[in-house]
Design a protein around this ligand. Structure first.
Ligand code: ZN
Length: 242
């Protein structure tokens, strides 16, 4: 079984379609939130994700902000502008779908949470200290998170069990022998210095997690962001992936 794990699509349909072509074939999709905001295609991305086979999807902080479930004061002014733009453009059906997504859930051997299992909506796992604390907040072998837009794995090292981390590069394969917190990176708004769309393939029978990067038409998406009247910065940063 090949499970496509995606996160932080951020309304970038061109990047999402490139990922779906690159990852094919897959049997199920696990989506870790932030389907919308920043990009020009919120409805198209929600509808495309809703159509995917055996989908499991959770809510991210951007859905929560766009839908008014979370004050957007923690956002900078560009992020506030795009959250308001997305709020105005989302249709009723997609709004309803996003409103009903769970914050956190367990499926098979994995816990899914957008930010962290401890604080699913807002906490970033960016260091081993935060990761170590979060290992106590889930009971499964694996915890899959997004939010930081950085493809990374946190796991315990031998022999002392200390939590260590590893950035995941294109095609790097992890053999999942013990517990781990894994992040597939961002489809539509990468922030690890590599502008290509990021995703992962999880194969439970083989116990492997493999990260992939795929090129897409960044210039085309930048033009559409600007044409839509969204903040220029959301277009500019796509080129650097930072
Ligand atoms: Zn995000």
């Amino acid at each position: 079984m090949r499970i496509l794990v995606i996160s932080d699509v951020h309304a970038n349909l061109t990047a999402l379609e490139a990922v779906l072509i690159s990852a094919d074939p897959f049997d199920a999709v696990w989506c870790l939130g932030d389907l919308v905001d920043y990009g020009p295609d919120p409805n198209e991305c929600v509808e495309r994700i809703r159509s995917l086979p055996n989908l499991t999807c959770i809510i991210g902080n951007h859905e929560a902000a766009v839908l008014g479930m979370l004050p957007d004061e923690s956002f900078n002014s560009d992020a506030r502008k795009s959250a308001r733009w997305t709020h105005l453009h989302l249709n009723e059906s997609n709004r309803e779908y996003l409103l009903n997504l769970p914050e956190c859930l367990t499926i098979d051997i994995a816990t899914l949470a957008h930010g962290s299992p401890r604080f699913p909506i807002w906490e970033y796992i960016l260091d081993t200290w935060t990761a170590t604390e979060n290992f106590e907040s889930f009971n499964t072998q694996l915890c899959l998170v997004g939010h930081s837009h950085i493809p990374v794995a946190f796991f315990s090292s031998e022999p002392d069990g200390e939590i260590v981390w590893s950035l995941l590069k294109h095609e790097s394969i992890l053999q999942l022998d013990g517990r781990a917190i894994l992040n597939p990176g961002s489809v539509g708004q990468p922030r690890d210095g590599d502008p290509r769309a990021s995703y992962a393939i999880f194969e439970p029978e083989k116990n492997t997690w493999q990260n992939f990067r795929v090129d897409y038409d960044i210039k085309g998406v930048q033009k559409r962001i600007i044409k839509a009247g969204l903040p220029r910065n959301h277009a500019i940063r796509l080129a650097s992936g930072a």
